[in-house]
Design a protein around this ligand. Structure first.
Ligand SMILES: Cc1cc2nc3c(=O)[nH]c(=O)nc-3n(C[C@H](O)[C@H](O)[C@H](O)COP(=O)(O)OP(=O)(O)OC[C@H]3O[C@@H](n4cnc5c(N)ncnc54)[C@H](O)[C@@H]3O)c2cc1C
Length: 298
């Protein structure tokens, strides 16, 4: 009886199919493997890919595990640019003094993802590919991805990386994200996430803001939102509304209304209905702008 009772619980966990686990030691070896085996797939921390496979998802052919490549988790900073290796795990973003000093928005966002065990395994590269919670902060930080294949490297702005449904259309199967460069020139920030359960759940909606605020005036700003039913995007119209303006209650309420209108394509997800996700885009944007301006967050 007990075994029968348990069957439905364990049934969804399919055994992993037979696939070779290839372990390159360098980026060159990794892209050579990806180039030679057309259906091979990059495996980083595996917190998404392995779960997806065990739910019966198609993960293609062999797995190219990049976790053994030395240096691909490095964080460095120079001339207003913070460069992060794709293998940097969320716990690294959370603990790195360089990230805290130059991109505290990312520290705050990483801290709100999953629990400590997942944060020690899940990588920033993997999170950006699946367009989850780090996508909006990285869009606000004007991220540029360096993609490498056997043919060489190319740079793609994160804003051009995703298709309309949030899928990583710019990433070819034979390519690897080699580094992520972030513009750290805007000093203040705000990050507001609404989720079902803190520490476990992906954002229903989260807004990420970086800004240069002088007194009451917003000299410059970049804003992005994303969530379960809302592929991450920059809110350029909201940026235009507040850039160069005095940050009054009325202006920030209008910014929230505009953010809500810009999320009209939100879709239903098992975490939240589309209407709620859309409303939260407005609420979190207004809150994150208040936070970035050092105003009370209500
Ligand atoms: C219990 C739990 C709770 C979670 N909670 C949250 C949450 O609150 N918020 C949130 O945002 N996420 C959450 N996650 C998801 C987690 O953050 C992501 O699964 C993780 O960031 C993906 O990174 P990874 O290294 O594990 O990627 P993998 O699973 O190894 O790969 C994911 C995808 O990225 C591709 N990929 C990975 N690295 C590269 C690269 N360098 N170049 C090219 N392609 C690459 C892979 O081919 C694959 O398609 C949670 C996960 C779990 C298990």
């Amino acid at each position: 009886l007990l075994v029968d009772d348990l069957t439905p619980i364990t049934d969804w966990q399919r055994p992993l199919r037979d696939a070779a686990l290839l372990r390159p030691r360098t980026v060159e070896e990794a892209v050579a493997l990806l180039g030679a085996r057309g259906d091979a797939r990059v495996l980083a921390g595996g917190t998404h890919l392995i779960r997806f496979a065990r739910w019966g998802g198609d993960v293609g052919g062999d797995l190219v595990w990049i976790g053994g490549i030395e240096g691909l988790d490095a964080v460095s900073q120079s001339d207003g640019t913070l460069t992060i290796g794709p293998l940097a795990v969320h716990a690294t973003l959370e603990a790195s003094p360089l990230v805290a000093a130059h991109a505290p928005l990312l520290t705050a966002a990483a801290r709100e993802i999953a629990g400590p065990a997942v944060r020690n395994l899940a990588t920033v590269g993997g999170n950006l590919v699946i367009n989850w919670d780090l996508a909006a902060p990285c869009l606000a930080l004007d991220a540029r991805l360096r993609l490498r294949s056997q043919a060489g490297a190319r740079e793609v702005p994160l804003s051009d990386f995703y298709g309309p449904g949030g899928e990583p259309v710019a990433l070819r199967r034979d390519e690897l994200i080699e580094s992520i460069a972030l513009d750290t020139s805007l000093p203040t920030w705000g990050y507001q996430k609404v989720a079902r359960r803190n520490g476990v759940s992906r954002a229903i909606t989260a807004a990420a803001v970086v800004a240069d605020v002088d007194g009451d005036t917003c000299r410059d700003v970049r804003i992005a939102v994303g969530g379960v039913g809302l592929p991450a995007r920059r809110l350029t119209e909201v940026e235009r509304l507040v850039r160069g303006q005095a940050l009054t209650d009325e202006l920030l309420q209008e910014a929230g209304r505009l953010a809500c209108a810009a999320a009209a394509d939100a879709v239903d997800d098992f975490e939240a209905d589309a209407w709620y996700t859309q409303q939260m885009a407005g609420v979190t944007t207004e809150r994150a702008l208040n936070e970035a301006a050092g105003r009370p967050v209500i």
